[in-house]
Design a protein around this ligand. Sequence first.
Ligand code: BTN
Length: 331
Amino acid sequence: MELTDKHQIVIKKLASGRFFSTQQLADELAVSRTSAWNYLKALERMGFELHAVSGKGTRFKQALELLEAEQIINNISADKRALVARLDLLDVCPSTNHHLLQQNSLKPLPNGVVCLAEMQTMGRGRLGKAWVSPYGQNIYASFIWSFKSGIAALSGLSLACGVAVCRALEELGLSGHGLKWPNDILWQGKKLGGILVEIQGESQGGYSVVVGIGINYQMSSQASTDIDQPWVDICTAYGGEIGRNKLAAKLIERVLDMLASYEATGLAPYVKPWNDFDCYKNKNVRILSGEKVTQGVAKGISPSGELVLLKPSGETQLIMSGEVSLRLSEC
Ligand code: BTN
């Protein structure tokens, strides 16, 4: 369903968490009460959770802090602001990664274009999975950067990005978070966010890379019914609200800072920090690759970003990320 200007007016009013009568909404929208009621019903069908009380009106069950470009830019530290070439703040889109990839294929984008959306209708995750992306509850952010180096040099980029995200969360006062190889952000073993790097070849050689980051901020249980693993959001992990705009700003600051230096440094400066953030270090794990299962003890990442697996035979195996999944073993 497409969100019209009128839907957006209703969303902006109800985002405050205050009650509005149908008549008040009808006046705001300059429509009849029946139409105002229909707009509310349409939002409910889209997944917004409404709370109606007779005599008071209707409100969102949970207030939403909507994204505001000015607030985001002002929250980025002054010395990093110039890294943002452009901020595309979208209401609803299929996927912020798709938005940048499509724009870049029409006309090459400069480094540092950032796309944020309130909602994704076809959010994509790793291994072809969907990324649950309800309106106003999480962060969906994508960044574009071009690299002259070959594709092999870019293989560590999602790991470096994981470190950038963890540092951003740390700077905002969160603790207890870390990384699961290759690119999951966890808090106390539950999934807090993920990173999806997509690469587009360029005719002059070189590559454009789109780094997509999804962070659960304050997700309702209704929105999350399709998530097939234990998850958590920032507000639960932090025990309060960090602020969605503040979080977006800090992510932009840290991720663009990493992207701006990655061509020169590669993965090297991120290997130790990655291993310090590793949640699975020295844990018994299984590596799933199609039907194949490999067991061992996770020993962090190698200098080139493979997972180091110590097998029961005593032999060490390096696992490339590709199409594999990592699971904790029961034992
Ligand atoms: C994962 O599977 O863990 C990676 C999830 C990546 C989700 C983000 S949300 C912003 C960007 N747009 C997408 O469609 N996916 C990424």
